[in-house]
Design a protein around this ligand. Structure first.
Ligand SMILES: Nc1ncnc2c1ncn2[C@@H]1O[C@H](COP(=O)(O)OP(=O)(O)OP(=O)(O)O)[C@@H](O)[C@H]1O
Length: 571
């Protein structure tokens, strides 16, 4: 884990070296100052050589200025190092999450991902700066101070040494306890984030059911758990910090008393006593730093562990070696004995065989939960088949690069997802560098033109978070405009189940008919209009494909489709 952590320093070697060497010089100067004071008192003062006293004072002043400058470098550049590492990790994590397949998102809470990308990484950044530097400098200063203290007076140094085993024990035990506590805290804050994400994005449902009180209670339960976990961590930390404080002050007092006695009996000069007491402070500084590290290290490492957990989750839909880049596919699709289940206990599809010719419009109908959406999700490899294969233009889709395969498929989802931003940006999502002319042409073909013209800011209208300021029909048409821009040979349309008014439905139907021209189109159908226009209808039931044929053929068969048709008509 540590080696992996340190690998993040490699791209920032220079920064690390500048920061680290400045910190070493600062520490060496800190170690030298008490010696200078001791020499000042014992040798320089009795000589009454005022010229030398002034020169030494100016020399010390210069050293202080250098030390201050180096401290600035350590503070600023050190933090820069930490921030750079944090930014690198955040970029990597985001890229990694983007690569994940649908299965990952089915099983991971959004709040959990957000926590890892934000909170966890902030603590890692702090640790990246303070961790190795403070640890090394602390040990160096600590050992240096002890060595000099022994040189000044071994008996007095032994008095200070007695405390060490207790201090070591306290640091190790508290560290272990805090490690557990902070890990707990991160898990709880991730749950708080998930709860906020859920309640905020589902606020319309919450308010329409007037369940605000219920949501508040659920949130408060998570919030309290987080409070408890955080408090537990701080309790251990406070105990340990107080313990360290008590031990260190106790040593100062013991050194003063023993030092006074040694001085009284002529075994220690005044300069040595002052120098020694100053060294006690130099000695305690690293202990203070190590106690601060004790808070930082378990927190940062707990965050890093959670970071690596996510980074180590390999996406289960990946490009095979030598995967081919496809372009301009014709759109012949063939399912051969396709089996699939979202989890190993339950198969949703079993031995599906289906051939779809280029340019054909196929409508999937059947009872809810039969697997229509699942069939369509397998084509862009949102999930990989478990058995059998899917081929497009004779090539197994698992042998194509995911990127090129998906660039050939357009999906208009039932629940259109729009991004916060302008209408223009949302339409251009279908082709990121589309020109204004291309965007306008696509909007026109999606029958959005008059709507956009009626807006005071036209294409620059902000559509609100996730397109909140738009109607269902308008969102659908934006999704269609995106597809005109993307212009893929294969189209998957998941028809909106929510009822649109007849006029809007007609407009959308017109736009969709235009969109599906010259493309292989798979429609997850809910409306009779689409079913009628389809070249072929595939009836999917829990037992697989039950019927196949055009509208009239299926009516004539008088099977499941004819029955569904009757039910819809009667309504
Ligand atoms: N992401 C998922 N994780 C686990 N199970 C899922 C997931 N998506 C769908 N399922 C299950 O797979 C089965 C088929 O679902 P699918 O959405 O393909 O049906 P559908 O025919 O499209 O239904 P509808 O007409 O209601 O949209 C259902 O039993 C459903 O509960």
């Amino acid at each position: 884990m540590l080696r992996r952590f340190y690998s993040y320093y490699i791209p920032h070697k220079k920064l690390f070296i500048i920061d680290f060497s400045s910190a070493i010089i600062v520490a060496l100067l800190e170690l030298a100052f008490p010696l200078a004071v001791q020499w000042f008192i014992d040798s320089l003062l009795p000589s009454e050589d005022w010229g030398a006293i002034v020169s030494v004072s100016i020399g010390l002043l210069l050293l202080y200025i250098i030390s201050t400058f180096l401290q600035f470098i350590v503070n600023y550049w050190g933090h820069k190092l930490g921030i750079n590492i944090e930014t690198d990790m955040r970029r990597q994590l985001f890229q990694h999450v983007q690569k994940q397949s649908f299965k990952f998102f089915d099983n991971t809470k959004t709040g959990n991902i957000m926590s890892r990308v934000t909170n966890d990484l902030m603590d890692i950044g702090e640790l990246a700066h303070h961790g190795p530097e403070d640890l090394f400098i602390s040990i160096m200063t600590f050992l240096g101070a002890f060595w000099i203290m022994f040189a000044i007076n071994a008996k007095l140094a032994l008095v200070a040494l007695v405390i060490l085993p207790f201090l070591g024990w306290l640091i190790v035990v508290s560290n272990m306890k805090m490690n557990r506590a902070w890990k707990n805290m991160y898990t709880e804050i991730a749950d708080v984030n998930s709860r906020v994400e859920d309640s905020v994005s589902g606020v319309r449902v919450v308010q329409s059911f007037t369940n605000e009180h219920f949501e508040n209670n659920r949130f408060q339960a998570n919030n309290q758990k987080f409070r408890k976990a955080k408090l537990a961590g701080y309790k251990v930390m406070s105990f340990s910090l107080s313990g360290i404080y008590m031990m260190t002050r106790f040593v100062t007092l013991a050194v003063l008393v023993v030092g006074a006695w040694l001085s009284y009996t002529g075994q220690l000069s005044y300069g040595e006593l002052v120098g020694f007491v100053l060294y006690i402070n130099v000695l305690f500084k690293p202990i203070d730093k190590i106690s601060a590290l004790m808070e930082l290290y378990p927190k940062g490492m707990a965050g890093f562990k959670r970071f690596t957990e996510l980074m180590d989750m390999d996406p289960d839909v990946v490009d095979v070696k030598d995967a081919v880049e496809v372009s301009s596919l014709r759109g012949d699709i063939k399912f051969e004995g396709v089996s699939f289940g979202y989890d190993e206990h339950k198969r949703v599809l079993e031995g599906i065989d289906l051939t779809i010719s280029s340019g054909e419009t196929i409508a999937f109908v059947g009872p809810s939960g039969a697997g229509k959406t699942t069939i369509c999700s397998l084509i862009p490899r949102f999930y990989d088949v478990e058995g059998g294969s899917i081929k497009i233009d004779g090539i197994d889709i698992r042998n194509m690069t995911k990127h090129s395969l998906r660039s050939q498929i357009g999906i208009v989802q039932q629940d259109v997802f729009l991004f916060t931003g302008t209408l223009r940006e949302n339409i251009a999502y279908g082709k990121l560098h589309a020109t204004q002319e291309e965007i306008e042409a696509a909007a026109k073909r999606a029958h959005l033109e008059s709507f956009i013209e009626s807006l005071p800011f036209g294409y620059d209208t902000q559509i609100g978070e996730r397109g909140l300021k738009l109607s269902g029909g308008q969102k659908q048409r934006i999704a269609i405009a995106r597809m005109f821009l993307k212009n893929p040979p294969i189209l998957i349309l998941d028809e909106a189940t929510s009822a649109l008014d007849t006029e809007t439905e007609l407009i959308i139907q017109k736009a969709l008919t235009e969109l599906s021209k010259n493309r292989t189109t798979l429609v997850i159908a809910h409306r009779l209009a689409t079913i009628r226009n389809a070249d072929r209808i595939v009836v999917v039931t829990e037992n697989g494909i039950a019927e196949e044929g055009n509208h009239d053929e299926l009516i004539e068969q008088d099977g499941i489709f004819a029955n569904l048709h009757r039910v819809q008509y009667q309504r």
